[in-house]
Design a protein around this ligand. Structure first.
Ligand SMILES: NC(=O)C1=CN([C@@H]2O[C@H](COP(=O)(O)OP(=O)(O)OC[C@H]3O[C@@H](n4cnc5c(N)ncnc54)[C@H](O)[C@@H]3O)[C@@H](O)[C@H]2O)C=CC1
Ligand SMILES: O=C(O)[C@@H]1CCC=N1
Length: 274
């Protein structure tokens, strides 16, 4: 991919995931800088990946051709406001937001009218190269800038472009927030396995290996529907059928639907507040 000078503004969990993936895919370390107010995360990034670091957002932003805006949504206005106040000119720079709940229009406003902005929604498995990222750009964004974002996110996993900006909120519900749903499900299973006599380590092994195997089965069998894969496990009159019956009796599908709707609602609410 094109190796633009790339700055991560905010050096938290998601920046670490993305930087790790980019370095593993061959992005030159000296073309990446991370900025954060405090040193410890910067020091860890420098030690682990050999990238440049700074405690000055303005220094990183001035140097870079592309900026990943990777602070918490609640910090975005202050962070961009300070960059503008420092005299930074965004002209010629591509802004790539990974923040939930901040629209392109709002980012443009916060960036003093600069409109070369791509909105993305990655997730934490990017750290392992197994991320799932949604991307959205307004029609006027150049193909070169789209390709750059596409390649950046493809370096850390799979990508999906959405045609409408609200699609990013739908990606949040189905992928950005969703690793936590699976963790919650696994937590519940592991707790129950412990109650049934397994040690904590044994319970984790049982759940982790089964989740990994199930996800790999899905990925390895694109020709089978999820329902067909489930049917392969579900012997007539057997044990799985009873477990599935219990889930369905307790309306698992409704629970999942409500949870995803709640994530979308919160993303839309943030868009009106931040
Ligand atoms: N954690 C996740 O699963 C995902 C998070 N996101 C988005 O990524 C963004 C970052 O999230 P995380 O990495 O999880 O948060 P985090 O809290 O781990 O990282 C944010 C970092 O920004 C730093 N920071 C705070 N104020 C700053 C400022 N003024 N200038 C520069 N850095 C500043 C903090 O010290 C911290 O290191 C958020 O906008 C979130 O919506 C998107 C997809 C998934
Ligand atoms: O919970 C959040 O708001 C962020 C966005 C997607 C995952 N984490």
């Amino acid at each position: 991919m094109e190796h633009r000078k790339l700055a991560f503004i905010g050096a938290g969990n998601m920046s670490r995931s993305l930087i790790s993936g980019l370095i593993q895919s061959g992005y030159p370390a000296d073309s990446i800088i991370a900025a954060n107010p405090s040193r410890p995360k910067l020091d860890a990034l420098a030690a682990d990946f050999g990238i440049r670091t700074t405690q000055s957002n303005a220094e990183a932003a001035n140097w870079a051709q592309a900026l990943v805006l990777a602070v918490k949504p609640q910090m975005m206005a202050a962070m961009l406001g300070e960059l503008l106040a420092s005299g930074l000119r965004f002209e010629g720079k591509l802004l790539i937001s990974i923040a939930a709940g901040i629209s392109v229009a709002r980012l443009q406003h916060l960036a003093g009218g600069h409109d070369n902005i791509v909105r993305t929604m990655p997730n934490t498995p990017s750290l392992l190269g197994l991320g799932m990222t949604g991307l959205y750009a307004r029609p006027q964004i150049s193909q070169a800038d789209r390709d750059y974002c596409q390649q950046m996110m493809a370096a850390v996993g799979k990508t999906l472009w959405v045609a409408e900006e609200d699609g990013i909120n739908q990606v949040i519900a189905a992928a950005g927030s969703a690793p936590a749903y699976f963790f919650l499900f696994m937590e519940a299973m592991a707790e129950e396995a412990q109650k049934r006599g397994f040690s904590a380590e044994e319970a984790r092994l049982l759940v982790q290996q089964t989740a990994l195997g199930a996800a790999q089965m899905v990925a390895a069998n694109p020709g089978l529907t999820l329902a067909q894969l489930r049917a392969q496990v579900t012997s007539k009159g057997g044990t799985t059928a009873e477990a599935i019956r219990s889930f369905q009796h307790n309306q698992l599908e409704r629970l999942v639907g409500d949870a995803m709707a709640a994530a979308v609602a919160r993303a839309r609410e943030l868009e009106t507040q931040l």
